[in-house]
Design a protein around this ligand. Structure first.
Ligand code: PLP
Length: 443
């Protein structure tokens, strides 16, 4: 039982993100403690975390070496400015990340979130071409159903209309979208990664023909669409995109904010799909969710293009007060150790087929119209209630929490499961049974 001081005494002040606030405040869902695969609420009820925090707690909650590293760092060096100065851990983390990532991405810029990483990558792309004198390259091509965070750059690239509605005008040059490489009629309930996909990548060729490939700075894609509903890349899709980008001198950016750090069984999805992009954005799993951190891995040619002419000239007029924060850097290093020492990326790879089979067992459950599963992420798509999109999904989330002691994620009427890389077979089975029980009760 937790102390009563942990109980909420005022629900009014807090404005929750991406949440129906009024309904939340009628019956709040409070998570007061966490360890491993579980939360506990203020009354001590044990709740299964079926979504790795929010795609971030890949190694399970309250991992001892990470907690200890943060604690030790707070008393050693709580803060150091990132403009004109550095500290030992951020240097080590930068080197280790570059060693972990695909060959050729030899520099890293740190920020504090996936949203900042998206906007940072966009600024680096435009700044790079400006430095090369190609000032006409300002456009970005992204994808339907994509999510690149909520800041103006990433929001403008996004492909989920609700996230843009009411916030315009968007960043100029961001209006082009490729389709998601998925045909529901053909691909639903797939048991393995999809073949082919070149035809979807070729849409980029058509955009180049239309607006001029030399006006496009970068193509930004999630190797697996996450928030938009778990869509992986067919086997030849990303390599064809890279080929077309190279042909037109366009940078390819992978948003690996959720696919990074083991979600797809590798350090980065670039490795799984065997394609090296020009930049990778990351966040979330870099610190196991314990301290905010994000960043962009870049090819060294991009970094070098920014080199100033004088000793005192600044390369990049961009950065954050908390770039490479000591607590985040310490957490990041400890997290990378945990991933390596516990073999968690390999574990995720081994777990993937079992997880896929388990979620596909829900195929004939009520309301289910598709199930997509890639790595340790699965979307169970439900038929929306006519005229009330999102209602069934939201009911699934609340029922999972109150009736099944489980935290799930929803994307509209799609229920998403995102087990931590430490999940046991029993916990995977529990997630699926919990969703099954919820589906049986839904309106
Ligand atoms: C692919 C992707 N990019 C960017 C973001 C934004 O990250 P953050 O919420 O840390 O700003 C997310 C968040 O879920 C994401 O899934």
């Amino acid at each position: 039982m937790l102390e009563t001081s942990a109980l909420p005494n005022d629900l009014q002040a807090y404005w929750l993100p991406f949440t129906p606030n009024r309904d939340f405040k009628k019956r709040p869902r409070i998570l007061a403690k966490a360890e491993g695969m579980y939360y506990w609420d203020s009354e001590g009820r044990k709740i299964l975390d079926a979504i790795s925090g929010l795609w971030c707690v890949n190694a399970g909650h309250a991992k001892r070496p990470i907690v200890d590293a943060i604690r030790a760092q707070a008393s050693q060096l709580d803060y150091a400015p990132s403009f004109h100065f550095a500290h030992p851990k951020v240097l080590t983390l930068a080197s280790r990340l570059c060693a972990l990532g695909p060959k050729g991405l030899d520099n890293v810029f740190f920020c504090n979130s996936g949203s900042e990483a998206a906007d940072t990558a966009m600024k680096i792309a435009r700044g790079y071409f400006s430095a090369l004198g190609q000032t006409g390259r300002y456009r970005f091509v992204s994808r339907a159903r994509s999510y690149h965070g909520v800041n103006f750059g990433g929001m403008s690239l996004g492909g989920l209309p609700n996230n843009q509605k009411g916030f315009g005008p968007l960043v100029p040059g961001t209006e082009h979208r490729l389709s998601i490489p998925y045909d529901p009629e053909r691909d639903r309930f797939s048991r393995q990664d999809l073949e082919g996909g070149e035809n979807y990548a070729d849409e980029l060729q058509a955009i180049c023909a239309d607006v001029g490939g030399d006006t496009i700075a970068a193509v930004v894609v999630e190797p697996m669409t996450g928030s938009g509903g778990v869509y992986g890349s067919p086997k030849n899709y990303l390599s064809r995109l890279k080929e077309i980008c190279d042909r037109h001198g366009i940078l390819l950016v992978f948003d690996e904010v959720i696919t990074g750090f083991g979600r797809l069984g590798y350090a980065f999805a670039a490795e799984r799909y065997n394609v090296v992009p020009d930049m990778i954005t990351f966040a979330k799993g870099i610190t196991n969710g314990a301290v905010p951190m994000g960043g962009v891995l870049v090819k060294s040619a991009i970094y070098q293009a920014f080199e100033p002419k004088s000793e005192y000239g600044i390369d990049l007029f961009h950065g954050y007060t908390y770039t490479g924060h000591p607590l985040a850097a310490a957490a990041g290093l400890a997290t990378l150790d945990v991933y390596r020492d516990e073999g968690l990326f390999e574990r995720a790879r081994a777990l993937e087929p079992k997880f896929r089979d388990a979620v596909l067992s829900l195929k004939n459950a009520p309301h289910v119209v598709d199930i997509r599963s890639v790595g340790l992420a699965a979307a169970i798509e439900l038929e929306p209630i006519a005229g009330l999109p999102g209602k069934r999904g939201y009911e699934a989330l609340t029922r999972a929490f109150f009736d099944e002691d489980m935290v799930v994620r929803i994307s509209g009427d799609t229920v998403v499961l995102i087990p931590s890389l430490i999940a046991s077979d029993t916990e995977i089975a529990r997630m699926v049974e919990g969703v099954d029980a919820v589906l049986a009760k839904l309106n």
